[in-house]
Design a protein around this ligand. Sequence first.
Ligand SMILES: *[C@@H]1O[C@H](CO)[C@@H](O)[C@H](O)[C@H]1NC(C)=O
Ligand SMILES: *[C@@H]1O[C@H](CO)[C@@H](O)[C@H](O)[C@H]1NC(C)=O
Ligand SMILES: *[C@@H]1O[C@H](CO)[C@@H](O)[C@H](O)[C@H]1NC(C)=O
Length: 347
Amino acid sequence: MPKNFDHHHLLLSQFSLLLLNLLLSSSAAPPPIGICYGRVANNLPPPTTAVDILKANNITNVRLFNADPATLSAFSCTGINVMIGVPNEILPNLSTASAAVEWLQSNIFASIPSNQVRYIAVGNEVFLKDPFYTPHVVPAIFSLHQALQTLNLSDSIKLSSPQAASVLSNSYPPSSASFDPDLKSVLFPLLQFLRDTGSPLMVNLYPYFSYLNNRPYVSVDYALFRDPNPVRDGGLVYDNLFDASVDAFVNALEREGFGGVGVVVSETGWPKSGGEAASVENALAYNKEVVRRAAEGVGTPKNAGAGVEVYLFDLFDENQKGGDEFERHFGIFGPDGLKAYDLNFNK
Ligand SMILES: *[C@@H]1O[C@H](CO)[C@@H](O)[C@H](O)[C@H]1NC(C)=O
Ligand SMILES: *[C@@H]1O[C@H](CO)[C@@H](O)[C@H](O)[C@H]1NC(C)=O
Ligand SMILES: *[C@@H]1O[C@H](CO)[C@@H](O)[C@H](O)[C@H]1NC(C)=O
C-alpha cells in the first residue's frame, strides 16, 4: 500500500471527524433554562398562574418538589416539561418495583402525560440534610427504575437524586475536587446507577452560600460573575464560582471513575433580601448571567460550548420555609405574578 494513501486516508478521516463535530455542535441546542416551583408558602397564587407565568416567559422546564396532583394537572398538556421530586419521607415506601409502579401510576401518570416528565428527582439532599433516609435512596431509585422499565418509560424519564454541593469535601481548586470520603459508601452506588443508566448527577449550587460561609476568601464579585482577578487552575481560568463549582463536580466524578456522568444544576439562585449581599440588584445580576450562559450554551472552562442545564430557584418566595431570613426571599416573581426584577429568560 503506497505510503501517501495512508496519509490521505488519515487526513480524510480527520476531515470527516471535524465535519461531524461541526454538525453535532451546531445541531445541539443549548439546554433549556428551568425554574424551581417551591410551594412552602401560604400566599401563593394557584398553579394555573404559575403555568401562565412560565408560558408568558417561554420557560419550558419546571422542577416540582413533590407530586401534588393539582399542580401536575395544571401543567398537564401545556408543553412544559417537569422534573418531579419524590419527597424524602416517601422513599421507604418505594422499596419494591410493584410499590413504585403503583406510586408512579397513581401519583404522577394519573395527572400528567408521561412524555412531559423529563426527570424524577428521588429525594433531595438526603445524605447531608436528611440522613435518616439515606439507606432508602438507592433502593428507591432501583425500584423506580424497574417500574419505569415495566412501563416502557426508562429511556425517556431519567432518575437522579439532587445533592447539596457540600458532598464535595474539597472543591478548590476545581482540579483537586473530591467527594467527602465519609459519603462514598452511599454516594458511589448512586453514581454507579447514574453511569449505568446515562443519567446526570443533580447538584444544588449556591455561590451565595459559599460566599456567606467563606468570606473573605470568596468575594461577592467572584460569586456574581464579575471578578476582575480570575483564578488559574492548571491550564484553565475561572472568573466565577458557578463555573468553578460545576467543574469541581466534573473533576470529582472523573477522579472516581465516573467521568461519563453529566452534571445538572437542579437549583441555583440568589436571595433578594434577608442577608448579607442579598439584594434585588445582586439577585438580578446573578440570575441574568446564569440565564445568559445557559441560553448561549457557554459551558464551563472544562466543557466549553456544552451549556449547563440549570433550574433557577425560585419561582416565588416561600414564606413558610425555615432557616435564615434570606431563605424566604429567593422568588423571581411576586405572588401577583409580576416579576420581582427584570429578568429575561431567553437571554
Ligand atoms: C417567547 O417566544 C416567542 C416566539 O419564539 C417570542 O415571540 C416572544 O417574544 C417570547 N417571549 C418572551 C417574553 O421573550
Ligand atoms: C408510607 O408507608 C407508611 C407505612 O406503610 C404509610 O403509613 C404511609 O401512609 C405511606 N405514605 C405514603 C405517602 O404513601
Ligand atoms: C416502548 O417505547 C418506545 C418509545 O420509547 C416505543 O417505540 C415502543 O414501541 C414501546 N414498546 C412497547 C412494547 O410499548
